[in-house]
Design a protein around this ligand. Structure first.
Ligand code: ZN
Length: 367
């Protein structure tokens, strides 16, 4: 069986990296740059970013990200690029801004630098761009030919984002090891297009170990505005370890159940990683994981403010027909839940959701 590991060409992390972007673009041979920038970042840091490109003697166009990451917007940006320059695309901001930059680079066949300004998901390193319609509905998952050329994480900027985003990123990272483990057992094909590798599994393990060791400390520090080593380690965990770990290690029940929960209106206000955290607990119930693993995940979630009960993911009064809706959606035709090493039915998922909620509520009584 073919085994594939993919990752960005380069992952750069440090403080003040936002102001070195011009030099990084220069290093990979660009003669001009086109940046798609989140509106908040543009108004607060746009001048500093422009200065960094000026110092690198690299012409820069900054476009404010507006509206949706839609094919229409992506094609418009691509059509406006200078055909005579060696342009590099730069995405600076949150998920939709970054997905727009990735899609533009894919369509125009140009290199891209991805600069996440929060560590709320593990998407930045991946070769996927999620496109929406102009109205904001999910349109398609665009599979990119290449992974991002460079991913730059400026820890100081990321630490200034709302702490809830860092916690959500930890929820997304929490599932990575358990899903990679399931895929390893089943021999599933990962997002990278082959079976999982030792490298990806080792990154997934390091991802979990770092969360458990430093997650709570990192949350305490960001809440106090301190950019500590723990914060830096969790930024690397959420963005790089989890990103490369999931892409080449594989997704399984946790993300399938996340997708199932997402069909419920009452969960819509929850962040991706928050739903993934609870769904990870559901996966552990589904696979009848060892007791210390289950209690370890619950303790971790509690320590960083991630949900472990249905009430905490927005379902105040759980009703079986609503939960069944989520369980059925978790098992839709293309769901990663079928990467589990055993057959999974909606009925089993429903039971696992109820069991996870029960365990979560019991842990409430303990503390
Ligand atoms: Zn995810």
């Amino acid at each position: 069986m073919t085994q594939i590991t993919r990752s960005p060409l380069k992952y750069i992390q440090g403080s003040g990296e936002l102001y070195r972007l011009g030099a990084y673009c220069r290093q990979i041979g660009a003669t001009s740059a086109c940046a798609v920038v989140d509106p908040y970042i543009l108004s607060h840091y746009g001048d500093g970013i422009a200065r960094s490109f000026h110092e690198a003697d690299l012409p820069l166009v900054q476009l404010e990200f507006k509206g949706e990451c839609s094919l229409k917007q992506v094609e418009e940006i691509a059509a406006g690029l200078d055909p005579d320059a060696t342009v590099i695309i730069v995405g600076i901001g949150g998920g939709k801004t970054l997905d727009t930059a990735k899609a533009v680079s894919h369509i125009a066949n140009l290199p891209v630098i991805i600069v996440p300004t929060a560590a709320s998901t593990d998407a930045p390193c991946s070769a996927i761009s999620v496109l929406h319609t102009e109205e904001g509905e999910l349109d398609q998952y665009l599979q990119l030919r290449r992974s991002p050329d460079i991913v730059v994480a400026d820890v100081e900027i990321i630490a200034k984002a709302p702490p809830r985003l860092l916690a959500a990123g930890m929820g997304d990272a929490l599932s990575t090891y358990y899903e990679a483990r399931a895929c390893r057992k089943s021999g599933a094909i990962t997002n990278a297009g082959g079976t999982g590798s030792i490298a990806a599994f080792a990154l997934a393990r390091a991802c979990l170990d770092t969360l458990l060791a430093e997650g709570a400390e990192a949350m305490k520090d960001v809440r106090q505005g301190v950019v500590s080593p723990a914060v830096a380690h969790i930024v690397e965990t959420n963005i790089y370890l989890s990103g490369t770990g999931f892409e080449s290690g594989g997704l399984a029940a946790a993300h399938g159940i996340h997708n199932g929960l997402s069909v419920l209106e009452e969960c819509r206000h929850m962040l991706h990683g928050e739903k993934v955290a609870f769904a990870t607990l559901v996966q552990l119930m589904l696979e009848q994981a060892p007791e210390d693993e289950i209690s370890g995940v619950i303790t971790f979630c509690r320590s960083v403010g991630l949900p472990v009960t249905l009430w905490e993911v927005g379902i105040a009064e759980p009703q079986e027909d609503r939960l069944r809706l989520a369980a059925v959606a978790s098992c839709s035709a293309d769901s990663p839940i079928f990467n589990m090493p055993f057959p999974v039915s909606p009925e089993q998922v429903l039971e696992a959701i109820i069991a996870a909620d029960r365990r979560g509520r019991e842990s409430n009584k303990d503390c």
